[in-house]
Design a protein around this ligand. Structure first.
Ligand code: GAL
Length: 417
């Protein structure tokens, strides 16, 4: 390193040594879309931009849920060298806006009428103090279960609608000799399953606990029940779950090793990439007991403020490309998510995608739409991380019972605020 020239060293740090220097008319994009399905979706965006003359410098940071990507981002910004465009979730966007680090996209948003077609629940994270600071590329939701059709048929064929149904199906799968629940023991995955359990105990409960952060609800009896349910689910997981990546858990369901996965609809991207068809090879259902409600997260691209007009223009081109309705359909069909615009037809989507769009629209009207805690849309990162800690500790049997876990959760969330 001592003899390496400074420019080359920083190009290496950027990961672009082989791709040449970043030109002002390129976008350097930090993201965590590294699984097969995610990369396929990312290519739709890359190709779209390439076709319009905007070059792409890739900065992937592996790690589902984006925690590692956010750490890498902080390091880049601290070094005075932020990437031009960054995949971000919910409260993280608002945090960067508060630090005054993001480019103002209002002129483009106004010219293109984004406020007319982006749902209000998303605008809460794409705007800050009246300015547009991010372009939403999708809406994911987390309260899904992805079930192998063959495993379900072998377990009696009844789609589980309640908690008791779910337990009965998983018991039957266990008796059939497969792992009922494919899971990856990483904090964000534990938290994704946990928020499904919380929602299954009632939308008012989810809101009071994970959105309003009400101490009595967080530490109360119903929360003890939620943790007991989580511990019950733990009994259906295989011995090697610890640290497993989410897409490897999806693969277990795809290849018949496991019965189901509780995961956001990015999992569908893996099924689709593997050539699997909803209704034939797999079944998508809402987490039993959460029908009618949706916990959402939206991937948005925020642009870090640049002074070079060519770089600013590349950012505008990227934002416009992301918001294009034709692109939103093509991208989300591959990603497993649904469009972030309300005016995109569902014609190109498979049955799970159509259901996702319908569920989202209905939950939005009925008051059943809530931000996902596990994916940064219910509370800022400090609180999210506190929830991760307790949920993961609980999943790994560190509390005597559900009641002790609930007490720990209330304490951890209070300390994080
Ligand atoms: C989510 C993100 C999705 C998906 C997932 C797994 O937080 O919104 O786009 O990629 O993480 O990496």
């Amino acid at each position: 390193m001592k003899t390496m020239n400074k420019g080359f060293a920083s190009a290496l740090a950027l990961g672009v040594a082989l791709g040449g220097p970043v030109r002002a008319e390129d976008v350097e994009v930090l993201h965590w879309w590294t699984s097969g399905g995610e990369a396929a979706a990312l290519n739709v965006l890359k190709d779209d931009l390439g076709g319009k003359g905007t070059g792409w410098i890739d900065m992937p940071v592996a790690g589902g849920g984006g925690e590692a990507a956010m750490t890498a981002l902080r390091a880049r910004v601290t070094a005075g060298d932020p990437p031009t465009a960054v995949q971000m979730l919910g409260f993280d966007i608002l945090d960067w806006a508060e630090e005054d680090a993001l480019a103002d996209l209002t002129a483009t948003a106004t010219a293109e009428g984004w406020d007319q077609i982006v749902p209000t629940a998303l605008q809460a994270f794409s705007t800050y103090e009246g300015k547009w600071i991010a372009a939403p590329v999708n809406v994911h939701s987390t309260n899904w279960v992805w079930i192998s059709k063959a495993a379900l048929d072998a377990a009696g064929g009844k789609v589980p609608e309640t908690w008791d149904d779910l337990i009965a199906v998983m018991d039957a799968m266990k008796a059939n000799g497969i792992t009922p629940l494919a899971h990856g023991g990483q904090p964000w995955q534990d938290a994704t399953v946990f928020e499904g359990v919380v929602l299954s105990l009632g939308t008012d409960f989810y809101k009071a606990a994970l959105v309003d952060l009400d101490p009595a609800t967080l530490g109360g009896e119903k929360m003890a029940e939620a943790f007991n349910r989580l511990l019950k689910l733990r009994t259906y997981v295989d011995d090697n779950f610890s640290g497993r990546d989410w897409n490897l858990a999806s693969a277990m369901v795809i290849n018949g090793e496991a019965g189901m996965q509780m995961m956001g609809d990015w999992a569908k991207g893996e099924f689709v990439k593997a050539g699997k068809v909803p209704g034939t090879d797999f079944v998508c259902i809402r987490f039993p007991g959460t029908q009618g409600a949706v916990t959402f997260n939206s991937d948005q691209f925020a642009m870090f403020a640049q002074t070079d007009p060519a770089a600013q223009d590349a950012q505008v081109q990227m934002a416009k490309a992301i918001m294009d309705p034709v692109f939103q359909s093509a991208f989300n069909v591959v990603k497993g998510s649904v469009p972030a615009r309300t005016d995109v037809p569902d014609t190109a989507f498979d049955d799970c995608g159509k259901k996702g769009m319908k569920d989202l629209a209905e939950a939005n009207v009925s008051g059943g739409l809530f931000g996902s805690m596990a994916h940064g849309h219910a509370a800022p990162a400090s609180v999210k991380n506190a929830v991760y800690d307790v949920v993961t500790a609980a999943f790994n049997g560190e509390y005597a019972d559900g009641a002790s876990a609930a007490t720990a959760l209330a304490e951890a969330v209070a300390a994080a605020q």
